[in-house]
Design a protein around this ligand. Structure first.
Ligand SMILES: NC(=O)c1ccc[n+]([C@@H]2O[C@H](COP(=O)([O-])OP(=O)(O)OC[C@H]3O[C@@H](n4cnc5c(N)ncnc54)[C@H](O)[C@@H]3O)[C@@H](O)[C@H]2O)c1
Ligand SMILES: O=C(O)C(=O)C[C@@H](O)[C@H](O)[C@H](O)COP(=O)(O)O
Ligand SMILES: [Zn+2]
Length: 352
């Protein structure tokens, strides 16, 4: 069964199709296509996609890894477009996880000042989060996603059968962003996940497809209300100010994005508890769910001053003040710039 949702953004609205055989619904409108993927995914899934596309479709295969989510990789895509004589009516198709989706989307945002693109997510994380919402970009040694653009895809096609080849660690990383939606705004969903841990770990198809639909619906609602993160979209950043600092400090790709988000959410919950906003019971509840889903909840050892300096590079910083997404209580996230330094230091010291 195919589930279809819509991201409502006026004349830039687009559908998200979830289910088996959704690749057959790719909407290329006769445009010249460039498929962007990487050297892990292409041998597994590129031929299946190409079977749905015109014979003259070009490909750009990048090296795999978060360490390659760079301006240099974006330039490789832009070179493929320019050298291939692609015009403004070209279409980029991203076949991959969040790294490929963010890179290909960024190239689509800037080539000829913006061309069309389609997201075909191949990881759980990209199905529930990164393929939806139009945040595109690359990392910088100073911080995650420091360079980027908002550029919405034309279509998102989430074919759950592609997940059959996804390694367990990557699958678990995707579950962290699933738990994020529950923790930030949906306690019923949190309880629903808690009683389905075994099914989630077993990649039960029915549970997975409902999970992807619930997450995409939540993200679509938030993005439709606040496309450019002027307000409530920042709640999708729960755990990310801590998490991005962990990813940068450890070297991109050492701690996976989803793993860093899992650790970061527990840190956000811990700080919320220190501020009197969340009970210890709920901090433990969140932590236990993440652990049951095979996710880490303790931070690598990063000196506190370095951790704070990295957090200060976060894109939510305003007037030099940190703005953090915290829980008041679990299931109800808020963004605050009122973060006293002492409890924050205590959270950082307690996190390892
Ligand atoms: N734009 C957004 O809104 C948004 C949201 C969340 C995360 N992100 C970004 O997404 C990135 C993380 O994405 P990710 O977790 O998908 O990681 P990823 O793109 O690095 O993919 C994870 C790994 O799995 C491999 N892989 C992907 N699909 C596979 C498949 N079907 N079978 C076998 N192997 C497969 C990849 O080659 C890679 O090695 C981070 O850069 C993060 O910042 C962006
Ligand atoms: O779509 C959003 O908005 C998110 O914040 C989703 C996050 O899961 C994602 O990791 C995003 O890339 C983080 O955004 P950033 O603006 O902090 O780089
Ligand atoms: Zn994320």
């Amino acid at each position: 069964m195919t589930r279809t949702l819509q991201v409502e953004l006026g004349d830039r609205s687009y559908p998200i199709a979830i289910g088996p055989d959704v690749l057959a619904h790719i909407d290329t409108r006769g445009q010249r296509c460039l498929v962007v993927s990487n050297d892990t995914i292409a041998p597994l899934h590129l031929q299946t996609l190409l079977a749905q596309l015109p014979d003259e479709t070009a490909t750009c295969i990048l090296p795999d890894g978060e360490a390659h989510k760079t301006l240099e990789s974006a330039a490789v895509i832009l070179d493929a477009l320019a050298d291939g004589g692609f015009h403004r009516d070209a279409l980029i198709i991203a076949l991959g996880g969040g790294v490929i989706g963010d890179l290909a989307g960024f190239a689509a945002a800037v080539y000829h000042r913006g061309i069309d693109f389609i997201q075909i997510p191949t990881t759980l994380l990209s199905m529930v989060d990164s393929s939806v919402g139009g945040k595109t970009g690359v990392n910088h040694p100073a911080g995650k996603n420091l360079i980027g653009a908002f550029h919405q895809p034309r279509q998102v096609l989430a074919d759950l059968s592609l997940l059959a080849t996804l390694p367990d660690r990557e699958y678990a990383a995707g579950l962290a962003e699933v738990v994020k939606y529950a923790a930030l705004g949906d306690l019923d969903f949190l309880a629903w996940l808690e009683v389905r841990v075994a099914a989630l770990r077993a990649r039960d198809h029915a549970v997975l497809s409902e999970t992807v639909e619930r997450c995409c619906a939540a993200k679509a609602r938030i993005v439709a209300a606040d496309e450019r993160e002027q307000g409530q979209r920042a709640l999708l950043n729960l755990g990310h100010t801590f998490g991005h600092a962990i990813e940068t400090a450890s070297g991109y790709g050492t701690v996976l994005h989803g793993e860093a988000v899992a650790i970061g959410m527990v840190m956000a919950a811990d700080l919320s508890h220190r501020l009197g906003w969340t009970s210890q019971h709920d901090v433990t509840r969140l932590s236990k769910l993440l652990q049951a889903l095979d996710l880490p909840t303790r931070s690598p050892d990063i000196p506190v001053d370095q951790f704070i300096a990295l957090m200060q590079r976060d894109k939510k910083v305003l007037n030099n003040r940190l703005r953090l997404v915290l829980l008041k209580p679990l299931g109800q996230a808020l963004i605050t710039s009122d973060v006293p330094p002492e409890p924050l230091r205590e959270t950082l010291l307690a996190a390892t």
